[in-house]
Design a protein around this ligand. Structure first.
Ligand code: ADP
Ligand code: ZN
Length: 632
């Protein structure tokens, strides 16, 4: 996701809606009330210990010399008659009465003192009124701080300030500063969104005819394909504020909090309409309410609130709700029905042209050397998404700085691409000579099969320099052009190429090493896909035995056949792998001389290019009258 979200590069203003107004006053009020309640209780408890008398009772006692002890407080007089003191010596000041209005307390105290009564005059002695006010203030202050601390602990503005308020995570940007120019490729998505922009510019045009505009659109695509970027660009193009919140922000511990947050979000948005509300990862709140995906009542309430808010707002106001997800299949059907997020906009992984454009967008502000060929990089990065490419360009720029260069050159870009797929070179891994030989033969095994086969992708580089990813060497293949389909022959070739490493180990050294683990894994999953999904096995023909669960995430397939069939599938996968391995071993045995020569060459040079490899292969082919490899 975009780490800059919420920062506002344009006007530097603090995002609005950060802290709701009530959050300061509410705790203060509560602290005040608590303190008052507390002192009232204390008062009542104290009062219950004494008998209330009248002022004249007090003066009667005083005049008749019956007073034993008196305490003058700022709000009352506590006293004890001699009679009561005699009854219960442990008790003090058994009676109380109000103060004589306008009476001079100091004079009263002196008079009593002169009469031999024990006087405790708090008013005179320690300014108890001020002390009292002070202690109340301290109590209230302390309480206030405690409340704040407690509620912060409980997450966010918690009970006190946040009750019914939206969490600080709603970001509003007055201007996103992003336009469609910043979004490379994605032409179909842009086209669908164009209408929304037009609507935000000029809602009357639509309402005049009576046309209803979609209230929401769902952006669907793999992570990093630029869904957030697109939503921001819509706001930028329409020049309206952009509210963004992540679906997971709605999901709360307390039932009802998420719902109130939704309400608050839409209220805030309504104040500044026209605007865009963007809900990232909507699957966090919008997952289907059946129990299959583990929904709960809090999430259900939040979803219901979201639905009713979407239904509730007047489209003519110009609020458009965009949401992003990479798991559209788990969304609740209610979210997708007409009038809600009924438009689905697919944000795909970019094709060759898209990747090239993305690279161009991200290198706009970067100084490039003459030799840079972005098209080559775009070709090499099949399957990469926008975020990967942005990252790649940045890595290359960092490398150029590290190398003390003024501009980014092609090598920077290629190396940073390799860093992304293989990690950085690991300088201090020490391999024994034997291990090195094994690695070299293993890699050449892959490369040679790829080079000799008709349907293989050309090899662009072979290296036996260890990398931080754990690979002791690797063979890089680069497609010549963008491909969307693979034929069964190509896939079988790929299988042979994948197991070629192990085949070389076996053919040359008669050993099997752990280095082939990754190859084996990839080969197995490819073979499994061929059997279960692509209908490329003799045994099962066109029968599908597995289905893809979430195509925008890892695309994992789940078997949906009986146990017996699954066991048969395993056997078929094994058969495919076996035949690929046998073929690979045969090819390498037949070309043993070539294998040796190239491996020795690689051992010396450590890294060789695809061209160097082909020079060996072609020279050899003209030298030996060997027929082309036809192993079918
Ligand atoms: P998503 O929300 O789909 O996960 P983002 O929109 O957060 O992906 O994309 C992350 C970053 O990748 C963006 O900030 C941008 O730099 C880059 N990016 C992704 N797609 C594109 C694109 N089509 N054009 C230019 N940059 C892109
Ligand atoms: Zn390998």
């Amino acid at each position: 996701m975009d780490p800059n979200r919420g920062n506002n590069p344009n006007n530097g203003k603090k995002p609005e809606g950060d802290r709701p107004k009530g959050s300061f006053f509410t705790p203060l009020m509560i602290a005040l009330i608590l303190v008052l309640l507390f002192s009232w209780i204390m008062n009542t408890v104290e009062k219950s210990q004494y008998t209330e008398t009248t002022l004249s009772d007090f003066f009667d006692a005083k005049n008749s010399g019956q007073l034993a002890e008196v305490e003058l407080r700022y709000d009352r007089i506590l006293y004890m008659t001699k009679e009561e003191a005699a009854k219960d010596p442990s008790r003090q000041k058994a009676c109380f009465t109000g103060l004589p209005s306008g009476g001079d307390m100091l004079a009263l105290a002196e008079e009593l003192d002169a009469a031999g009564v024990k006087v405790n005059n708090q008013i005179v002695e320690d300014n108890s009124m001020i002390m009292m006010i002070l202690s109340y203030a301290i109590m209230i202050g302390g309480m206030f701080l405690l409340m704040n601390l407690l509620t912060k602990r409980m997450g966010g503005d918690g009970i006190m300030g946040g009750m019914g308020k939206s969490k600080a995570k709603v970001y509003m940007e007055k201007q996103t500063g992003v336009t469609f120019k910043d979004v490379a490729g994605q032409d179909e998505a842009k086209e669908s969104l164009q209408e929304i922009i037009d609507f935000l510019h000029n809602p009357q045009k639509y309402t005049a005819i009576g046309a209803k505009l979609p209230k929401g659109a769902l952006l669907v695509g793999s992570p990093g394909t630029g869904k957030t970027l697109l939503a921001k660009a819509v706001a930028g193009e329409a020049n309206v504020p952009f509210f963004s919140i992540s679906g997971s922000d709605f999901v709360e511990m307390f039932v009802g909090m998420g719902a109130s947050r939704v309400r608050d979000l839409f209220q805030q948005a309504a104040k500044v309409a026209p605007c865009i509300i963007f809900i990232d990862e909507i699957d966090a709140v919008g997952r289907s309410r059946d129990s299959r995906y583990g929904s709960n009542s809090e999430q259900e309430q939040t979803l219901n609130q979201l639905l009713s808010e979407i239904d509730g707002f007047e489209p003519s106001k110009g609020i458009v709700c965009l949401a992003a997800t990479n798991r559209p299949e788990i969304l609740d059907k209610a979210l997708l029905r007409p009038g809600r997020f009924d438009r689905r906009i697919i944000v795909d992984r970019p094709n060759l042209q898209g990747r090239l454009d993305t690279l161009k967008v991200h290198t706009r502000k970067i100084r490039l050397a003459e030799d840079v060929d972005l098209r080559k990089i775009a070709q090499a990065t099949a399957g990469a998404v926008g975020a990967d490419l942005a990252n790649l360009v940045n890595e290359a720029a960092l490398r150029a700085v590290r190398m003390g260069r003024q501009a980014v050159n092609q090598e920077d870009l290629l190396v940073s691409f390799e860093t992304v797929i293989a990690g950085t070179e690991k300088k201090n891994t020490v391999l024994t000579d034997m291990e090195k030989r094994l690695v070299a033969y293993h890699e050449v095994g892959h490369a040679l099969i790829a080079a000799l086969e008709k349907h293989a992708q050309p090899v662009s580089k072979i290296t036996i320099v260890p990398h931080t990813s754990g690979a002791l060497g690797y063979t890089m293949q680069m497609p010549e052009e963008e491909k969307f389909l693979s034929t069964a022959d190509e896939l079988r070739t790929e299988l042979r190429t994948l197991v070629g490493g192990r085949a070389a180990e076996q053919v040359v050294f008669g050993v099997q090493t752990t280095g082939a683990a990754n190859d084996i894994q990839r080969a197995t999953s490819l073979a499994r896909n061929m059997v279960t999904q692509y209908g490329m096995s003799e045994k099962f023909g066109l029968m599908s035995t597995a289905s893809v669960q979430n195509q925008y995430l890892d695309g994992q397939a789940v078997m949906d056949c009986s146990q017996e069939t699954a066991a048969e599938v395993d056997k078929e996968v094994m058969r495919l792998l076996d035949s690929a391995y046998t073929d690979a071993k045969r090819i390498l045995t037949e070309n043993r001389q070539l294998l040796d020569e190239i491996s020795e060459f690689l051992l010396v040079k450590e890294t060789i290019t695809g061209d160097e490899l082909m020079a060996y292969v072609n020279a050899d082919k003209t030298a030996l009258p060997e027929p082309e490899q036809e192993e079918k």
